[in-house]
Write a protein that binds this ligand. Sequence first.
Ligand SMILES: Cc1cc2nc3c(=O)[nH]c(=O)nc-3n(C[C@H](O)[C@H](O)[C@H](O)COP(=O)(O)O)c2cc1C
Length: 218
Amino acid sequence: MPGTSKLDISTLESRDPFKQFNCWFLEAKQNKNIKNPNAACLATCGLDGHPSCRMIQVGDFSDKGFLFFTNYDSKKAKELSQNKQCSLCFYWDHLDRQIVLKGRAEKIKEHESMDYFSRCPVAQQIKSLSSVQGKIIKDKQELVDRQQRLAKEFETTKKMPVPETYCGYLFIPDEFDFWQGNQDDIDDRLRFRKKHEHEDQELVTPGEGFWVIERLGA
Ligand SMILES: Cc1cc2nc3c(=O)[nH]c(=O)nc-3n(C[C@H](O)[C@H](O)[C@H](O)COP(=O)(O)O)c2cc1C
């Protein structure tokens, strides 16, 4: 029915953006048409001022933030070492939903990354270890050889070498922008952001804790 919002402050599952995210994420996970609900686009910007983006796999998330893993020699890691401010964008086509998160990424402790790595399936560990992300290579064969060597090594030692460049980041959001597409009707958009000091409370709806909620044109 035109004018009926699918996303409205009055009918939110939660006024805590992490809990609201979790509700949408669970729906995305339960939707059989969504192959990879954990995939998100990460945008970073280094000192050259030129934004770059790429898909990543978001591992765990909690009210502390969103975990992701990458290679410390990669372009994204270099840019994050110059500028922690970054954005994440989830898009779930079959639900007509997008969530854009603005925040910063903090490198997690090395032992935490290693702990996560040790819990990954062996095939994934081998893939990470043989990755030379972003480096120019002569041909694919050198990666295939490296992968085979690592698989053989594992077969005999049952131990995987500790990857020097594997590292994890915790993305800590300070803004969540929920977008709901509505076929044949106006799309909905709600932004959760942290309350500013001395701001006019009349224009915003209080969320949980220090969060406020605003409706935006979609
Ligand atoms: C669905 C999907 C998930 C991906 N997940 C990751 C990931 O979790 N970590 C990662 O480093 N690269 C991941 N990649 C590869 C990146 O998109 C990218 O090509 C790579 O990290 C190099 O990016 P950079 O050179 O901009 O740093 C993924 C790609 C796709 C399509």
